[in-house]
Ligand binder design. Structure first.
Ligand SMILES: [Zn+2]
Length: 370
């Protein structure tokens, strides 16, 4: 029978205990268990996870990453005063607002036929018109040539103004991922209460005794997975013993490593465990589990953090450009005059769906033109 106590504060676990995810779901984590932590602890940690996910949202959207439900991770990014909605590796500039011109409704259109029908249906609906209005002269639909909606690749300045990882909250989530992978694979070892006390208190309550380093690591060596064993942009958690130490390494996007020790006076058996997932395809994952010590951690000095970041930035930008080049090289055509006759059935359908969901707004009284 699995242990019936929370790994953080030993509260009893029961049938009402909800799932704890080892890697947060918003980063694609699907590995979970109801026998790790109590609901109180789960709720206490969840805002920290949201914080980390928020910090990683822009790079996730730029790198075509998906969440645990395999939905594209979306981010709003700004560059040169324009707003882009990013997902699946590229951004669409946000459509400007519709306007009235001489009694006609004018609005910009996206390129894709289905989205086109959706925008037309939505504009009709929100301006209190019916699809039949398309047959009269009260609506003019025209492609807006000034509006450049070709998919936009992510830019360095967009990504790195957003990418701020390494706050105390982020580091607590990193240690949590390590501790909970241990609890998932080796439930009894995760309940060595005394030796894991500093790690537990750090994750649960933010108590930092200064002996529990979580730090950025520029070396590619100090971990269990070899680079060729995991997906290129993997999120990974590795935990292993090395003599009296219990080390861990957490990796984001295959290139950003954070290492540290859960304990420096380990009194349990030797082991090496790892779990990695592909954020572009969260169902793809790799695991490792052996009964032997792993490597020592590299020597740490303050310069390492900067080195780690510089190296990660280069790696990250190169991957991002590869992906956006692939995406933006697909044929793209500026939208022309929409074929309303062909689109009409889809417009009617989208319009009906809107009406079903929400009552159509009343027409707004517009001031007469001066
Ligand atoms: Zn608890």
């Amino acid at each position: 029978m699995p242990p019936q106590f929370c790994i953080y504060r030993r509260e009893p676990l029961g049938p009402e205990t909800v799932r704890a995810h080892i890697i947060p779901q918003c980063l694609g984590g699907r590995l979970h268990s109801r026998t790790i932590c109590c609901n109180d602890c789960n709720n206490a940690i969840s805002p920290l996870e949201n914080d980390l996910c928020k910090a990683l949202r822009a790079p996730s959207a730029a790198l075509r990453a998906r969440d645990a439900e395999n939905q594209p991770i979306r981010a709003e990014m700004e560059a040169d005063g324009k707003t882009y909605d990013y997902a699946d590796g590229l951004g669409n500039q946000r459509l400007p607002a519709p306007k009235y011109e001489d009694g006609e409704l004018v609005f910009p259109l996206p390129g894709d036929a289905d989205k086109l029908a959706e925008v037309i249906a939505y504009q009709l609906w929100s301006h209190h018109k019916k699809p039949a209005a398309l047959d009269t002269d009260t609506i003019r639909i025209e492609p807006d040539r000034t509006f450049h909606i070709k998919p936009h690749p992510p830019e360095r300045k967009m990504l790195f103004s957003e990418l701020k990882v390494g706050t105390d909250a982020h580091m607590r989530v990193v240690v949590k991922m390590a501790l909970e992978l241990l609890a998932y694979v080796r439930p009894d070892d995760a309940r060595r209460w005394d030796v894991l006390r500093p790690a537990r208190l750090y994750v649960r309550d933010g108590v930092d005794d200064g002996k529990l380093p979580a730090r950025f690591d520029a070396s590619d060596g100090a971990g269990l997975f070899r680079a060729d064993e995991v997906p290129q942009l993997a999120h990974a958690v590795e935990v292993w013993t090395h003599r009296q130490n219990l080390h861990y390494r957490v990796t984001f996007f295959g290139g950003l490593h954070i290492t540290g020790s859960l304990s420096t006076r380990w009194n349990g058996p030797a082991f090496s465990i790892g779990h990695a997932l592909d954020p572009q395809q969260p169902s793809r994952n790799v695991t490792k589990n052996t009964e032997s010590d792993g490597p020592a951690l590299g020597v740490y000095h303050p310069e390492v953090k900067k080195q780690a970041w510089d190296k990660f930035e280069e790696w990250f930008m190169a991957r991002t450009l590869e992906i956006s080049k692939e995406v933006t090289s697909r044929p793209w055509q500026a939208p022309g005059e929409p074929d309303l006759a062909a689109l009409r059935p889809v417009i009617e359908e989208k319009f009906a769906a809107l009406l079903k969901r929400k009552r159509q707004p009343r027409p707004k009284k517009r001031k007469p033109k001066a």
